[in-house]
Design a protein. Structure first.
Length: 211
């Protein structure tokens, strides 16, 4: 079974402007331009968290033609006045087909995607909604030898803790085990609420910050 690692964290936002401001307020840095995803009608900003790890701010691209299918990461369900938030995460695998078969949850179809010169395969549910209310990952297999985080500016940020909160933590843990997740991820039940949530503690030059 090929092991999986955390590849990137996903902040959804109604616009890239609001997403960038969210990152400035929370982490004290400016995310850099990413690009457009023609098949999804989205665009993004990026922020390096390590040699093979980054944070993505993503939103619907108002200048793009609406896709014939649901956008990824539940963006079609995002209200125009919604606050940007850490809503999803992506796990990297060297063999996406094997990982999808092994997963205890339905993660979606394997789709070929591109942004500029980058090419990859990624799982996307038909309705675009992230598995397990955002607790389950999208799986990605990069088709290039160099990870995109390597080309991003290094602000000295590093992910030091990633926590998944879900009403059925055992179900989430089974999923992570089934895809052989190598990184340490804390999984817990919510306190006094039923919704799932993601939390990331990130070291910055100004000290630890949390999304």
């Amino acid at each position: 079974m090929p092991p999986c690692r955390i590849d990137h964290l996903v902040v959804t936002a109604p616009s890239l402007q609001s997403g960038a401001e969210f990152i400035r307020q929370r982490l004290g840095v400016e995310p850099q331009p990413g690009g457009r995803h023609p098949r999804m009608g989205t665009h993004n900003l990026l922020l390096r968290l390590g040699e093979a790890l980054y944070l993505e701010v993503i939103s619907s691209d108002p200048s793009a033609t609406a896709p014939a299918r649901a956008r990824w990461f539940g963006l079609d369900h995002l209200h125009p006045d919604a606050e940007p938030a850490l809503q999803a995460w992506v796990a990297r695998t060297p063999d996406i087909r094997t990982s999808v078969v092994a997963a205890t949850e339905e993660l979606g179809d394997i789709e070929p995607m591109s942004r500029g010169e980058l090419r990859w395969l990624i799982t996307i549910p038909n309705d675009g909604v992230v598995p397990l209310q955002g607790s389950g990952p999208a799986l990605i297999e990069w088709e290039s030898a160099v990870h995109p985080a390597a080309g991003l500016r290094d602000f000295g940020l590093a992910l030091v803790e990633f926590t998944i909160t879900h009403p059925d933590p055992d179900r989430v843990s089974r999923l992570l085990s089934s895809i052989d997740m190598e990184d340490q991820i804390a999984v817990s039940a919510p306190a006094g609420r039923t919704a799932s949530a993601l939390s990331a503690r990130i070291n910055t030059p100004q000290g630890p910050r949390r999304l």
